[in-house]
Design a protein around this ligand. Structure first.
Ligand SMILES: [Zn+2]
Ligand SMILES: [Zn+2]
Length: 637
């Protein structure tokens, strides 16, 4: 007798071993048809698995979170099968699922998007045939024999320590796999191949170059369509594309992974930093600046020489070894350690927008998002243990102020002590409680990532959400028990004893380059007035009015409004169109009527035209809109 317990507490008894399909059938045929897989005592398995002992059973249908991954993984098998039909000499390696889909790395002739339709058509045939996924288990030697013409599979099997090897067969195709899969290929109704790129076997450039083919799958055609629309929108917003179109920044082979900022990009850059400094001054921070190159002794002391050396750029000058800083922290520690501090000076909030370099593999570089050289808006706050809660709360409020100014929402995650860590139990308890208290006082919900903290202390990560609902981790607040120890930092307590300060690192933008890239995609290049590199473009209706237009421009610039004048001999329509393509928020046209009346005609980027605004009033509205750092495009609101 086998006794099976269901999530609702129901118990069913069966006389003999029974498969998932048969169990699901006892619930209802309809239910059974919608089942994808099942969980037997915490193990995710196929529905044709036979259950032979008492167990807890949970069925997975397309509504469960686990289902999509199973579907996409199964779709990777179908894609591999289709590719072998079309390219019989292709050799398969591995085909995992990723966040939004799946890929398969295949040793085959170079492939491009142009090949996708025929592969998709072949996949469609396999889907329509509703071929069941069948599990087979072989002794290792038999499995090696079975895959004898598949060199990559042989390498994978040789690495496996499993006694027996699990294979999955669907029709004429068999793959090495632990499963589970959807019951048959017919479940994969909505799929699409997305991208082909190069990859190396085992990510090693010395190995064979493979074709990595990405795809995705959904249970529902509508969901697939929404995803494709999202991808198209993301592509339109690609910050590399917009950066080129709006002349903001570029990359050059002379410095891979290091951005060159153009004049207009620098206006955005400086606007972000001006705003940052404004908020930080109000929040009681001081700003420092430390060298970008420091000697080996410093990096040995901080631990970077031992733990991070392969990511640092090093150089030897006058027989002394140096490294370019990968973070600002050690310099900040040196500054704090220069002189004795009293408890009265704490909390001490010391910020540095430092240029850091980290060597990244060339394959992972990605525009401003993943670079080798960037600026970090680090700050170190030195405090007493009693000040932790209030200080963290202060940082959270500053984070909210800054992000909301850009129209970005965010969520918080607290990461606690990992397995490998320094510090005593008591230190971890006190500091983690300090962070937790601050989060409670702050009052927004937060997620806890147990054991995900850094080895030197607990942390709060802040994930922002952009206009496409994509999340990015930018801000972080990390408590550090290591550096104050390594740099022997202390302050004098009221009783004249020396004590180690509590220290946190925190960033809000994170990498300023990356944050700027995120903003470009978030706004799709349509920056709010206060950020826009050119805020107003002026056009005269005829050349006689150019001197008058220049006067107006001067008046705007006196108020620090960033302007351009379009004096090209193009017609007005073309000039307006170009200004719109350049995403200039305000277009001012000046004719004889405007000159006589001392007014301006204004066209906003969303296409609204207002005539006859007195110049002084226009300037005032623009200044106010900039000063308030408003998100909307319309100065008349
Ligand atoms: Zn599989
Ligand atoms: Zn730091």
């Amino acid at each position: 007798m086998i006794e099976l317990t269901f999530p609702d507490g129901n118990i069913k008894q069966f006389d003999s071993p029974i498969t998932g399909f048969q169990i699901a059938d006892t619930i209802s045929k309809d239910f059974s048809r919608n089942c994808i897989a099942m969980i037997v005592d915490d193990r995710l398995v196929d529905l044709n698995t036979s259950v032979e002992t008492n167990a807890a059973i949970r069925f997975i249908t397309s509504k469960d979170t686990e289902a999509l991954d199973i579907l996409r993984h199964s779709a990777a098998h179908v894609m591999a099968q289709a590719i072998l039909h079309l390219y019989p000499d292709a050799k398969l390696t591995i085909g995992p699922t990723v966040e939004d889909g799946f890929y398969y790395d295949i040793d085959m002739e170079p492939i491009s998007n142009a090949d996708f339709p025929k592969i998709e058509a072949e996949m469609k045939k396999i889907v329509q045939a509703k071929i069941p996924f069948q599990r087979k288990v072989l002794p290792k030697s038999d499995a090696l024999d079975f895959f004898k013409t598949e060199p990559y599979k042989i390498e994978l099997i040789e690495d496996l320590t499993d006694g027996t090897i699990s294979l999955y067969e669907q029709g004429d195709f068999t793959d090495l796999c632990r499963g589970p899969h959807v019951p048959h290929t017919g479940f994969i109704k909505a799929f699409k191949l997305l991208k082909a790129s190069g990859a190396y076997w085992r990510a090693d450039q010395k190995n064979a170059q493979l074709q990595r083919i990405y795809g995705t799958a959904f249970f529902d055609k509508k969901e697939l369509k929404a995803y494709i629309t999202f991808l198209e929108e993301a592509k339109k917003r690609n910050h590399r594309k917009i950066g080129t179109a709006l002349d903001l920044y570029s990359f050059h082979e002379e410095a891979p992974g290091m951005a060159f900022f153009h004049a207009k990009g620098m206006v955005i850059w400086n606007t972000l930093l001006d705003y940052w400094r404004y908020e930080h001054r109000k929040a009681g921070y001081v700003e420092t600046k430390t060298p970008i190159m420091l000697n080996r002794g410093l990096w040995e002391r901080s631990g970077h020489w031992e733990n991070y050396r392969e990511n640092m750029y090093t150089s030897t000058i006058d027989e002394t070894e140096y490294a370019i800083k990968p973070m600002n922290c050690p310099g900040g520690m040196l500054l704090f350690g220069m002189k004795p501090h009293s408890y009265r000076e704490l909390p001490l909030r010391s910020a540095e927008i430092g240029l850091v370099h980290r060597h990244e593999m060339s394959g992972v570089l990605n525009g401003l998002f993943r670079v080798r050289s960037f600026h970090q808006d680090d700050a170190h706050i030195f405090m007493t243990e009693e000040q932790i809660c209030d200080e963290i709360l202060g940082v959270l409020q500053l984070v909210e102020k800054v992000y909301s100014t850009f129209g970005l929402s965010f969520h918080l995650e607290l990461s606690t002590r990992p397995e490998k860590s320094i510090g005593t139990d008591e230190q971890w308890e006190n500091t983690t409680q300090g962070l937790r208290d601050a989060l409670e006082k702050y009052g927004k919900p937060y997620r806890i990532n147990e054991g995900d903290g850094a080895f030197y202390g607990p942390k709060i990560d802040i994930h922002i959400m952009d206009a496409l609902k994509r999340t990015w981790q930018c801000g972080t607040i990390q408590l550090d028990m290591s550096l104050p120890e390594r740099f022997d930092l202390s302050y004098i307590e009221p009783n004249n004893e020396r004590k180690r300060p509590i220290m946190i690192h925190r960033v809000i933008y994170g990498s300023i380059e990356r944050f700027l890239g995120i903003l470009v995609e978030h706004y799709a290049g349509k920056f709010p007035l206060w950020i826009a590199p050119v805020q107003v473009v002026l056009m005269s209706l005829n050349d006689d009015l150019i001197p008058f237009t220049r006067d107006i421009q001067q008046k705007l610039e006196e108020k620090e409004i960033r302007t351009e004048m379009d004096v090209r001999s193009e017609n007005l329509k073309k000039k307006v169109r170009d200004a719109q393509l350049n995403q200039i928020p305000l277009i001012v046209t000046l004719g004889n009527k405007e000159k006589e009346n001392g007014t301006v005609s204004v066209r906003t980027l969303d296409g609204n035209v207002t005539h006859g605004i007195p110049l002084a009033q226009f300037i005032e509205m623009v200044c106010k809109h900039i000063q308030d750092r408003k998100q909307d495009m319309n100065i008349f609101n």
